[in-house]
Design a protein around this ligand. Structure first.
Ligand code: DQA
Length: 147
């Protein structure tokens, strides 16, 4: 399988950005961990980040023909973007939404996710480990081993 991992705005700052909330791992560290996990699972991985909503939307549109599944941390766009939700609904790709932090422990406005409506499942609050778990679950889903 070919899996795409997309990261939204400000996630390029991981490591120095509110480490008490998001941890000390950089996005490169997370990408490396995802690549190692993908190798173990025998799946192809494309790992990207953008600060631009439109770029993320374009990548999701292209993923429809390029990838079998999507892991998405929409970051702040989680809570604002009908455009991302519409792109996900159009792409019809199995998608797992990941958040490093536990959204339910934070400000009220982080409790609502537009994008989660299009997701198979959501993982939040487990830090970078959430990406690993999402890769495993998405691969098992694509292989028909879990619903
Ligand atoms: C986040 C949570 C969002 O509320 C926030 O805007 C982010 C990161 C997370 O991974 O915990 O940028 O998606």
């Amino acid at each position: 399988f070919s899996l795409l991992v997309l990261n939204g705005p400000n996630l390029n700052l991981l490591g120095t950005r509110q480490p008490e909330v998001y941890g000390r791992q950089t996005l490169d560290d997370i990408a490396e961990m995802c690549r190692a996990t993908a190798d173990e699972l025998g799946v192809e991985l494309d790992f990207r980040q953008s600060n631009h909503e439109g770029e993320l939307i374009t990548w999701i549109q292209q993923a429809r023909n390029l990838n079998d599944g999507l892991i998405l941390n929409p970051a702040a766009l989680t809570h604002t973007s009908v455009g991302l939700l519409d792109a996900l609904l159009a792409a019809e790709l199995p998608t797992i939404e990941v958040h490093l932090s536990n959204l339910h422990q934070r400000e009220d406005f982080r409790r609502h996710s537009f994008t989660a409506q299009a997701a198979l499942g959501v993982i939040a609050g487990l830090g970078a480990e959430g990406y690993r778990l999402a890769l495993i679950a998405l691969t098992r889903h694509l292989a028909g081993q879990i619903a």
